[in-house]
Design a binder for this molecule. Sequence first.
Ligand SMILES: Cc1cc2nc3c(=O)[nH]c(=O)nc-3n(C[C@H](O)[C@H](O)[C@H](O)COP(=O)(O)O)c2cc1C
Length: 537
Amino acid sequence: MHPTTAASEAGAATRRYLAAMRNRGPLSIDWGGAPTRHKRYPGAVRTRLPWESGDGSALGRIGELLRDLLGMTRLVWCHQLDDGGEPAGRPPMLLTGRPAPSGGGLYAIEAYVAAGEPRPPGLPAALYHYDPVHHVLERVRGGDHTGALAGLLADGPAADVAIVLSAVFWRSMFKYGDFGYRLICQETGVLVAQALAAGGRLGLPCRAWLRFPDGEVDRLLGLDGAREAALAVLTLTLPPGGAGRPDATPSARELIERPVAGESTPLPKPMPDGLAAALHRACSAASPTGSPEPAEALRPRPPARAGRAFPAPEPATGIRAGTGASRRTSPLAGYRPVPLRGAALGAVLAAAGEGYPADLPGAETGPAATALCLLALRVQGLPRGAYWYDPARRTLHELAGAERVDEVATGRLLANTRVALRGAAAALVPAGDPVAGARLFGDRWYRMQQMEAGLVVQRATLAATALGLAARIHSDGANETTDEVLGLAGTPLRSLSFLLLGTPPTGGPLVARPMPAVVHEEVMPRSDESLTRTDHL
Ligand SMILES: Cc1cc2nc3c(=O)[nH]c(=O)nc-3n(C[C@H](O)[C@H](O)[C@H](O)COP(=O)(O)O)c2cc1C
């Protein structure tokens, strides 16, 4: 065990974790130890959420936003394939699909909502947990938590509603071990991107906060920080109208004194002790505010070898990333080897490289901790090769030619990545220096950077989906061979994720049906007096 003290060298926990992840062996998975993929507060007062924003009410918009974040939106009849895309000889399965991708489909992230009348009307002031199975809010603790939560964020913004994304570590780590921490951080970034896109579509402007005192936020949510901990906060502004926010809301200290609802048992195991747990503690111990610094100083610079520059293709117009959310799935068996239109690639790159509202310095003008590398495998008007995308100038700088790009397939890849590479049109590879920001943010930089990597690939995915394309994250594609091809080896930069994009196959082993938009009948057990329900449909 590596204890973390304030005196630890900034970035030391990150370095130890990265070294262990580089040399990690094959997984040995005890499926018997798999926890449930959602949590519930069974005795809590519940508020049923509208499935769609429909009438444009504030509660309807919040319901649709939560649905687009974590809702169970698809039933998937899935014929099981092995990693090479061949039938696995096991019976088909019926799965519930969700709008955003999740590492291993394990859905480690939960959402809590702090809100309260009069904004939005119809929702008594409380801290709620989103139950995706029933699409309801479960009241965790009474009282308006928005002021107390906002007070824990830098600049204490006024927020109508706050959504906290937390991670149940064991849900991913029972399978992936310490590597699960990286997946969890990226998945949080994926969901931040999803919230920004859905919020934009629904008229709920949203801002992401990655820097806050973890322990205090966890305590306010009633989380122990070891089984489950808060990783990101989203603040939402409701449309104008109706009553304003109350002048004063209870303090965090007052709220923590109040009882919290009991969560379902058995509880998941705490995060196992090891290098991920040490990194997590170091992230929490790092000063949440960091020190002031010029944003440009942290943004990765292209490696010296970047060569010819090409203007990035003009983006296809009329793409609204938020519209792709409900149709997105990760293709199971690769892509049709169809050339990608330059305009489609232009739109994907523009979406990935756009600024976003967050407390990561520099994020307003574009990804602040990650660079965007591209493998153009079959793109009309762009020679096959590896490129560095400069979002500010909309230019692509050649990193490697066609012959080197083929080397990516010789890396340590899983069989499904090899299959997908055959037909994919492009790979988007966020890259960054995992310790560049440690002198300012300590080990928390690792978490912030991983979240941004997740955000970037999800923004690209949503743009691709809106264009009728498909995309899948292949974490194994971010490896040393890919770094060699991109010219990152020998620099502090490393590939952080690997998103393949292309034309989805027609047909295939999946039959997915959207959940009915309007549920006319529903069975909700009311086994005891406390199970009261507020109806809004
Ligand atoms: C952070 C992250 C990492 C992922 N890594 C991989 C991967 O290495 N290989 C893979 O095939 N899929 C990967 N996926 C995709 C998930 O397996 C997929 O999202 C999940 O099975 C749910 O399916 P869906 O995306 O079709 O809804 C990843 C997803 C996320 C969010």
